[in-house]
Ligand binder design. Structure first.
Ligand SMILES: Nc1nc2c(ncn2[C@@H]2O[C@H](COP(=O)(O)OP(=O)(O)OP(=O)(O)O)[C@@H](O)[C@H]2O)c(=O)[nH]1
Length: 303
């Protein structure tokens, strides 16, 4: 390459915010370029000639080597997104540079020529922590019901679609609960809309407390909630329904006991082989809920 071109490339790299590594297939760091902003990156120039295996915990180092091998075998630009804890990295000066967990994007390009007798890649690191956090926040907002702070209707239907796929593909046992607060209009009429809102919040949080992390609760709208309950037997979902019915009855408003007991009705539908869509499952739960209302409320029914 002529000197002018070389100078231009050097200037481009040093003016880019990104941190650039040249790494061989076995993990040897051959060169470190750019990444001068200490707000975004640590000074990694000290890592030249170390192996990734010497500077990172074994599992993480192996992940990087796997991605390098993947890029070399595909022989094209590959983009990987990953979380990274600088405190896990040896030899760098931890007192300068960003703290906490970072979200990074690696743009990895295979090199044609060898380095130290090995195939090698250019790994360009971009710190995307801020935009990632913002994206996570937006996703959270788009999927959360602002009153009850559980998931909203949009997330429920997305999760129902995923659950339906898992059920068809992996034969997972899944049950859908449709919940409606009993005589909720009376709560609003007697205690006001704000008290009604507080009951909605309480029901959501009490139901959520009865679930595992793998289950999902959502407020569908008004006084209606949906629960996706996974990996369950008839015994366990009956037991859960009883606990939900009981939890609703313990609700108070502003620590004052209500002279009107809150209760919920529940309709349950188990995912079945004969179901052709999420609608079939939802409609059965709706029929079951109607049955609970018809038979006196404060109970659960299965269809
Ligand atoms: N406080 C409050 N009330 C709401 C909200 N959304 C809907 N509602 C009220 O919830 C009530 C829903 O009543 P329904 O479910 O139709 O009837 P119900 O009185 O609960 O009677 P059953 O369902 O038959 O037990 C209506 O009075 C709505 O105005 C909300 O966000 N906050």
């Amino acid at each position: 390459m002529d000197n002018n071109k070389f100078e231009e490339y050097e200037a481009i790299i040093s003016s880019l915010p990104d941190l650039v590594f040249v790494i061989t297939e076995s993990g040897r760091i051959v060169a470190v370029l750019g990444g001068d902003s200490l707000e975004q990156y640590h000074n990694c120039s000290v890592l030249e000639n170390f192996s990734i295996l010497e500077i990172l915990p074994d599992e993480q180092a192996r992940w990087f080597i796997d991605k390098i091998k993947e890029t070399l075998s595909k022989n094209k630009l590959m983009i990987f997104e990953y979380s990274f804890l600088p405190k896990n990295m040896s030899y760098i000066n931890h007192s300068h540079g960003p703290g906490g967990e970072l979200r990074l994007e690696g743009r990895v390009t295979p090199l044609k020529s060898y380095r130290y007798g090995e195939r090698a890649v250019v790994w360009v690191v971009r710190n995307i922590t801020e935009s990632y956090k913002l994206k996570q926040q937006l996703i959270h907002q788009a999927e959360t019901d602002p009153l009850s702070m559980v998931y909203n209707r949009r997330k429920l239907f997305k999760a129902l679609d995923e659950s339906y796929y898992n059920f068809k593909r992996y034969k997972e046992n899944i049950v859908f609960f449709l919940i409606d607060i009993d005589n909720f209009k009376q709560v609003n009429d007697k205690y006001g809309h704000q008290a009604g809102d507080s009951v909605i919040r309480n029901i959501a949080q009490k139901c959520k407390a009865e679930l595992r992390k793998t289950d999902l609760i959502s407020r569908i709208g008004g006084d209606e909630f949906g629960i996706i309950y996974r990996g369950t037997t008839e015994k366990s979902y009956s037991a859960l329904s009883k606990r939900l019915n009981k939890a609703a009855q313990s609700i108070t408003i502003d620590d004052k006991n209500l002279d009107l007991t809150i209760s919920i009705s529940i309709g349950i539908s188990q995912f079945k082989e004969s179901d052709n869509s999420v609608d079939d499952i939802y409609n059965r739960a709706d029929i079951a809920l109607y049955k609970s209302k018809l038979n006196g409320k404060n109970m659960f029914s299965l269809v």
